[in-house]
Every structure is written in C-alpha cells, then in structure tokens.
Design a protein around this ligand. Structure first.
Ligand code: TRP
Ligand code: ZN
Length: 875
C-alpha cells in the first residue's frame, strides 16, 4: 500500500468498530500453483448478518490488495460487469446483493514476486502463506477481518515433481493426478476460522512423524515438515510439541481437536512462527535444533515457540479476536501460558529473570517511546506495527497479575468459563476479564485500566517503624508518566507480592498487597524488629518500584530472600546503583574504582559451591548496557559501555583464581543435553570464560581456543568464538571466524550467528565490517533472518558503533529503511526502532537521528508501516 505526500494514511479507531454486514458460511478455495503465476478460485457462501443493524442495503465489502488481478466475479452464476462494483486500492464494494448468495471470484497473483512475505509467497523452492494479520487479502477478495469466521475447503494443485507435498488446514479428504504431471490434494477444516488462520504449503519436503494420544484416548498424527537437509533437526520440536500438548491437558484441561497437527519450517519468514489452524508455519530459527548446530538459548526458544503456537489452538483459534485492537487477547494470554510451560519444564526462577530482563529493557523502552500504546490500543495506521512487546509481554504480565490476584484455582475456573462461553466466537479483552470476574466474584473494573492506559507505572515505597508498639507501616505511592495521547493516568489496581525479613534474614511475614489508590499505607503489627521489605516478589506487577535500600540491606536480601527472583534483583539493584555512580564519575573525568565490598561479595558467590549454578550465573552478570540505557535520564552510550567494560575487567583481575576455578568446576564430560541443570552449568562456565578473556592473557586465550576446538555442542563453541571475537585478541578472533566459517558455511542458521556476532562486536570499525559482510554470498537482503543477523544486530545490539559521533550508523540504518520500505515494509518498520528513540540521547545525537528520520519521511512512496513509525517518532 503506497501513499503520496499529499494523501497520508488515516488511522483506524477502536471506537468505530461495526459488526460485519455479511457473514461467510463456507469458503471453497482452489489454487493452481505455477512458476509464473497462480490462479485462485474462491467460492463463498455469503449471507447477511442478522446481528447487523445497518439494514438490508449495506454493500458487500471485500478486502483486496492492489496486487490482486481480478479475472472474474460472479454472484449466483451471473458474471458481474465493471459497473456492478467499485474497487479502490483496499476494498471492492458491491452495492446490490441478495440476502444470501454464492460469490465466485477468480484472481491471479504472483507469489514469485512477493517480497513482503505476506499472503502467498515463495520461500526458497516452496510455496507458503502468512495471512496474519491482513495477508489473506493478497490471495483473494474476502472480508479479511477476524470476526468473520468460516469453514474452509481448500484444493491445492501443482506440479507433482517440484511440489510433492501439498498442505492446507484440517484433514485431507481427496487427492489425485491431473494432466501434465500435476496433482492435487483437497483439505477440509471443520472448525470455522477467520481468514488470518488460513495456510497453504507446497514443496519438496521431508517429514518427521509421531503420534500423540490425548487424555481422552484419541490418536493425533504429528508431522513436522522441513527440507531434507534439516530432517535431523526436528526431534526437539517434536518432543516440545508433545510436552506442550500434555501440559495444556493437565493445567487447562484442553485437548487438541483435529486428527492431524502439522508444522512446516520455512527460511523466509517475517516473524517467529504462525498458529494457522492445524498447520503451523515456523521460521526455521524457531523449530530446527540439534546439539552441534544450536545453542542452549535457541533450544529453549524452540520449546517456547512450539508451545506458544500449539497453545493458540484454543487461546486464539477456537476463541479468536473480534478486531485487531484485541490482539493481546490471544497474544498476552498465550505468552503467559507459554512462559508458565517453560517455567515448569526448566527453572521457574531463571525463566522469570529472563522474561523480566527483557520486559524491563525493551518493553519499558517501548512504553517510554513515541510508539507507546496501551495493551489494547485505541487506534493504528498499520496493524503489523502493533505486534509489539507491549501487546505480547506486557499483555502476558497483565494476565499474570490476574492469576496472582485470583489465585490458580479461580483463574483456571475463569479460563473454563471463558472457553465455554466463547468457543467459536470472536471476542474482546473485556470478555476475557468478565469471565475472570465471574469466576472469582471480584470487581475487576479498575483492573481493566491495565488494558487502556499506556506507560510504565512507578511505585515509590517508603516505611516507618514504631519500636514501642512493634508497628511497621509501608507506604506505597503510584504514578504513571504521560504517553502519547494520554497526559493523565488513573491509579492502577496492582498486586504487590511481598515479604518482610528480619535483620538476620528470617521471614517475618509474606503475602500479596493490593495497591489501588495513588497512595496507600499498609500496617503490620506485632513485629519484634524493624523488617527489611522484599517488594514486588516474582515481579508481581510490570512497574518500576523504588525503595531507599542500603547496600547492607540489599546484601541481606541477596543472601536470604526466599524469593529467588528478588534475590537476583537485589544484586541487580546494587550493581545498577554502582554503575550509575560510575557513569557520573566517567563523565566528570574522574578515575573509576572498584569497591572492595563488591569484590568480596562476588568472591563469596564464586566460592560457595552449594549455590545453584543457574542463580550464580545470573547474579554475576552485570546489568546490560541496554538496561542501564533504559534507566538513564540521558543515555551516554560511551560512558555506559566504558563503565561496564571497566567493571568486567576489574572484576576479572580481582577474582582471576575464582573465575578459573569456577570455570574448571563447571566443565563436564557428560554428553550434551539441553536440560535446565546442564544449561545453567554451561552458562556459568561461559560467563567465567568471558571475564577471564578480558585479562588479555595468552594462556586464557588458549583455554578459549581449546573450548572452541573441542566443544561437542554449539553453545560452548559459539560462546568461545564470540568471546574471542569481542576480546582484545583481534587476530585470534579473525582466525576463529574463518575456521568457524569453513566448518559451518553449509548451515544457514549457524551462519546467522556468525554474521550477528560480527555485527555486534563493540570494537571500532564494526560498520565497515558489516558493510563488507553484506557482500558475502550467504547474505540475502530478501531473507529477514539475514537482515536481523546483520542489520538489526548492528543497529540494535551494538550501541557504541551504531551511535558513532559521525552519524554513520544512523545514515546506514536510514539507507536500509529506504531500500526495504517497498520490498518488505514489516521488516523495514521493525528495523527502525533504534532511530525512534532519539529523544533519549544528548542533543547532538538527537539532531543527527532526527535528520535521518526526516530523510525517510521525505521519500515519495512510503509504506503505511514505515510512515506510521516515522511520523509518530517525529511528532
Ligand atoms: N500470531 C503469531 C504469533 O504466534 C505472530 C505472527 C507470525 C505475525 N507471523 C506474523 C504477526 C506476521 C504479524 C505478521 O505470535
Ligand atoms: Zn502468538
């Protein structure tokens, strides 16, 4: 969709929602796939919506992308002439239609030319689809909105040799031969669904098969399709799928509802994966895994994404969204479910630490930026721009708060009511909350502000202690900064999980406080000593909580808090406080120094072999540069980087024997397994190696090279590679990169990592190296995974180089946006994020960033996607 400077795209508003005037009872699709073009025959059984109050004369509105070639349109067998309908670049309108009728539509499309990767397109040699959110309108004319749910029957016809596998949603009901070496398969999906859940795949694919027996004893065929070279990387996804199916039966009492569940791995994909009914399509990066080629983090991601898409079967597919403003209805709930699943499969505390770290850096930054929006947005220009951390991760936190407020039992009851009430419907976040309210008897009207108000709330905690009476008072004050379109905020209803600890570390009280007012005092009587509060345990609300902790109090919490998350957070708070002071020192030109207390406490952590290695690995990781940036008033990129590097090196020097001993102790002879304990051990080991390499000692380089050469798994090999490449051993880094390339050049996903770790190398000259890598034969600017590995890795994960003072990083990104704007608007808009944060940087940087945004805005044919992000950033 293009727009001219004079006619800018208009936002659409939630308040303008109207029920559809027509419903589609049945959809029959026939695809003739070919090398030049594809013909799509759609036969729709249409009838007027009895719930539509706009009367009988409402026109039939079908969405149709401008790239659709309309060949023929018939109503009840009569061909319509040009005068019978109006078509603009988004809609086809037929003003006179009967009460109920059959609409036949023949369109011609060109999947081979589709670089946007929306609708039907080619990924390597195979045809595949991506219809969420509004991709179906690039396949045929249709009411492409989630509240129109239809039963689909799909026939796919193609050359048998090139495309032996022909898939669509549901069950295969017919197949056979056609002339000229062609064949066809017909699929029927008995569950009504919106068009965004439609899928089709045609290709030369291999399959891994398994069977799953549901709790009620039904056998389900499980199939994971991939190119033959990747057949050996499907076992982990299959195991994850079976685990997810079992977990959803146990925790939510829900079974799978079709006889087949299919997953297809494709290499060209804009996002992670897609929950199409019975036929999930996955980015290869979210489904393929093998110990030699895949890191622990990627193993975990595969498990989480496979579960996420499976869980959508009822939180998204059976109960879907009324309109796209309700996107978090399915995404927030499903992310909550997949994170609980991962917590149960691995380590609950570690999963929480990882999720919160991401939320606090990236989602909080989004909430504070120009694209800030509520979990249920009020308006958008392009819905693709709203597949955000706010919709997904903050949305999941909102569901988690409901779980905390209601308790597991009432929450489960609420989810049962939600499903029973709305199975087969397209509903709203209000319907979801209502089910939870009805299950618990609680008034959740104030709670619903979490859906309508944007921004990250602040909670300021203070306290008082009366030694005479043993009365402790905790005072909580909440506020929320203004966000675009929302200057004033009403107080939120938030659960504050807490504990009160005695000086010796004993827990004196624990529970959940409900903060509903702007300021509230909570009183605790009968305490023998003044307690230290452990607040927001498990990160019970997505807020920034402050309390004037002393370092001694934080150390006490770090040692004794029964809440693992808050033990970690106490360590983070200490490190953040220190690093913020050091950033000031650095900017004032003062010498930096490492406090002895920090060295002592880290030494104790390294020496205590009784501690959980997962916990130690997280406690000894300094807060990221991105987190410090998010917390800063003004982001001084170089100062943050210098301080963090200073601390890393000083801690390495001060504790060298301890790092080395812990490294040695964490090495294992056991064969590779991606379970929580083994991952924790590798993570601690590689953390130690990282500190050791900052010391610039040749013997330690030798240790890293040994690990690189001897590793039997990608986690250890890649950690060694990336640590050496990012270290001061520049020659060794280049040598290992070449060796790694020679070993892995045939593995596309492994090479993505090879690109990425060069792109995020903080040493000077990264931009030239990245530009050089764009010429590498394996780089392909049409493949989003490659763009993420090189362009996004440089712009979003290499702050010192991206923010170079000459503005070269900004110019580089803007050039890419201009190039990708037409080719793949979704990816272009996503890559833009770092430039949109210009307000957070010093004045000179702001001016340079804004200049690049203006240069993009001046482009003549901006996609809606890029236009929305750029114009809102400059507003
Ligand atoms: N619904 C998908 C999920 O599981 C998200 C998604 C996949 C998507 N592909 C997309 C969204 C393309 C927009 C465009 O979260
Ligand atoms: Zn999802």
């Amino acid at each position: 969709m293009s727009q001219q400077a004079q006619q800018q795209p208009e936002p659409i508003y939630l308040k303008d929602y109207q029920v559809p005037a027509y419903l589609i009872e049945h959809t029959d699709l026939r695809f003739e796939l070919d090398e030049e073009e594809t013909l799509v025959r759609a036969t729709l059984k249409v009838r007027r919506n009895p719930d539509c109050s706009r009367g009988g004369r409402a026109p039939l509105e079908l969405h149709g992308h401008e790239s659709l070639e309309l060949c023929r349109l018939c109503i009840d067998g009569e061909i319509l002439s040009e005068r019978d309908f109006i078509r603009d670049d988004e809609l086809l309108r037929i003003s006179e239609v009967p009460e109920a009728f059959t609409l036949e539509c023949l369109t011609r499309i060109h999947p081979q030319l589709n670089t946007a990767l929306e609708g039907l397109y080619k990924s390597d040699g195979m045809f595949c689809t991506q219809c969420e959110a509004e991709g179906f309108r690039r396949i045929t004319f249709y009411p492409d909105r989630p509240d129109v749910m239809s039963v689909f029957r799909t026939t796919v016809e193609a050359d048998r040799k090139r495309y032996p596998v022909l898939l669509s949603n549901g069950n295969p009901v017919d197949s056979g031969e056609k002339d000229e070496g062609r064949h066809f398969v017909t699929w029927e999906d008995p569950f009504p669904k919106p068009a965004y859940l439609f899928a089709l795949v045609a290709g030369d694919l291999e399959v891994l098969e398994d069977t799953y027996t549901t709790a009620s004893g039904r056998a389900v065929k499980l199939q994971i399709f991939a190119e033959s070279k990747d057949l050996d990387k499907l076992d982990h996804a299959m195991l994850s799928l079976k685990n997810a199916m079992r977990w959803d039966e146990k925790v939510y009492g829900r079974e799978y509802d079709l006889d087949i569940y299919m997953i297809v791995a494709v290499d060209f994909f804009n996002m992670g994966a897609m929950e199409n009914k019975g036929l999930n399509i996955f980015n290869t990066s979210c489904v393929l895994a093998s110990p030699r080629t895949t890191t622990d983090a990627a193993f975990q991601r595969v498990e989480g994404v496979v579960a996420h898409e499976y869980f959508h079967n009822w939180s998204g597919n059976r109960v879907t969204c009324r309109d796209w403003f309700q996107l978090s209805l399915k995404e927030g709930f499903t992310v909550f479910r997949d994170s609980e699943f991962s917590a149960d499969m691995n380590s609950r505390t570690v999963k929480r630490i990882e999720d919160v770290s991401m939320l606090r850096t990236a989602q909080f930054a989004e909430d504070a930026g120009p694209m800030s929006h509520p979990v249920r947005p009020e308006s958008f220009i392009e819905i693709s721009n709203f597949y955000t951390l706010t919709i997904y991760e903050k949305g999941a936190e909102v569901v988690r708060m409901l779980h905390t407020l209601l308790g597991a039992e009432a929450f489960r009851k609420g989810s049962d009511i939600y499903f029973e009430r709305h199975d087969g419907q397209a509903v709203t976040t209000d319907d979801f909350v209502q089910a939870m309210a009805d299950a618990s008897g609680r008034d959740l009207s104030q709670f619903k502000r979490w859906y309508s108000q944007a921004g990250t709330p602040r909670v300021e905690a203070s306290d008082s202690w009366d030694a005479e009476t043993g009365c402790y008072r905790l005072i909580l004050r909440q506020s929320c900064p203004p966000t675009p379109g929302q200057a004033e905020k009403q107080p939120f209803h938030m659960p504050i999980a807490y504990g009160l600890l005695g000086a010796g570390g004993a827990e004196l009280a624990a529970g959940v406080l409900e903060l509903t007012d702007a300021e509230q005092t909570f009183t605790f009587d009968g305490l023998a000593e003044k307690p230290v509060p452990s607040l927001l345990r498990g990160f019970s609300a997505p807020v920034k909580l402050s309390y004037p902790y002393s370092d001694d109090q934080l150390l006490m919490l770090l040692k004794h808090d029964t809440d693992g998350f808050n033990r970690w957070d106490a360590g983070q708070r200490m490190a953040v406080n220190l690093m913020q002071l050091l950033v000031e020192d650095y900017r004032a030109g003062k010498a930096l120094s490492l406090p002895d207390a920090l060295v002592d406490s880290w030494r104790a952590l390294l020496n205590d072999e009784s501690l959980d290695p997962a916990m130690v690995a997280h406690l000894l990781r300094l807060p990221s540069e991105a987190y410090l940036a998010e917390l800063a008033e003004v982001i001084y990129v170089d100062a943050i980087h210098a301080v963090r590097e200073f601390l890393r090196k000083s801690l390495a020097d001060a504790l060298k024997p301890e790092w080395l001993a812990t490294y040695r102790r964490s090495c294992s002879e056991e064969p590779y397994a991606p379970d929580a304990d083994a991952c924790a051990r590798r993570s601690l080991k590689n953390l130690c190696l990282g500190y050791l390499l900052t010391t610039d000692e040749d013997t330690l380089l030798a240790l890293a090279e040994e690990q690189f050469n001897d590793a039997d798994n990608m986690t250890d090999q890649q950690a060694a590679l990336s640590l050496v490449v990012h270290s001061g051993f520049r020659d060794a880094g280049r040598r290992l990169l070449d060796e790694f390339h020679a070993q892995w050049h045939h593995e596309s996903l492994v090479m993505n990592q090879w690109f990425a770790l060069q792109a995020n190398d903080p040493w000077p000259g990264a931009l030239e190296r990245v530009q050089g890598l764009q010429e590498h034969p394996l780089f392909d600017e049409r493949n989003p995974n490659k763009l993420r590995s090189l362009v996004a890795a440089f712009c979003a994960q290499n702050p010192v180089n991206f923010h170079a003072e000459d503005g070269s990083g900004y110019r580089y990104l803007a050039d890419w946006i201009i190039k990708l704007n037409q080719q793949n608007p979704q990816i272009a808009a996503r890559l833009l994020t770092p430039l949109t944060r210009w307000r957070r940087y010093p004045d000179a940087a702001q001016a340079r960033m804004k200049a690049e945004l203006s240069r993009i805005l001046a482009e003549s044919e901006l996609s809606k996607d890029v236009y929305e992000v750029v114009s809102k950033s400059l507003a």
